[in-house]
Design a protein around this ligand. Structure first.
Ligand code: MG
Length: 161
């Protein structure tokens, strides 16, 4: 059996926080606002995971009113989902991500993000695609007020995909 999931997230840019994308800290004069580390890419990936299994959404799993998740590394959130017993029979076929950010330039960080996600999912890097683009100056993302991310993934419970 195969199951597909998609996820989307957007966070406001804010000064004075580290910029976290895909589990990597990226040098930038700003970070993203949020209750956790505000890793917008990992949040989209988590929602894609949950969507593929029809297990709700990240806000339901990790409420931003819960002090347990204040400032948490979003890799911990992803691992919590991966470790759920309902995920045990499933593994990742491939994950395709798009980060939309006017700044900073993300091309040098695509490979480190790919490696980080591949390690966490326990799959070869070629199963993980990280794409980055700008919004051509249009809307809140284009003006640099926010960064957004999309993720689509395919999971299988076939032991020999
Ligand atoms: Mg989020």
């Amino acid at each position: 059996m195969l199951r597909i999931g998609q996820g989307y997230d957007l966070h406001r840019v804010t000064p004075g926080r580290p910029l976290r994308l895909g589990g990597i800290t990226i040098p930038a004069p700003f970070g993203l606002d949020g209750h956790s580390d505000a890793d917008v890419l990992l949040h989209a990936v988590i929602d894609a995971m949950l969507g593929s299994m029809a297990l709700g959404d990240i806000g339901g799993w990790f409420p931003d009113t819960d002090p347990q998740w204040l400032g948490v590394d979003s890799r911990v959130l992803l691992q919590t989902v991966l470790d759920d017993p309902r995920m045990a029979a499933w593994h990742l076929v491939n994950l395709d991500c798009t980060i939309i950010a006017e700044h900073p330039k993300l091309a040098p960080w695509r490979s480190p993000i790919q490696q980080s996600l591949a390690a966490q999912f326990g799959v070869p890097p070629e199963c993980i695609s990280i794409k980055a683009k700008t919004n051509e100056g249009v809307d809140a993302v284009g003006s640099g007020e926010a960064i957004a991310a999309w993720a689509v993934l395919l999971a299988t419970n076939n032991p020999t995909p």
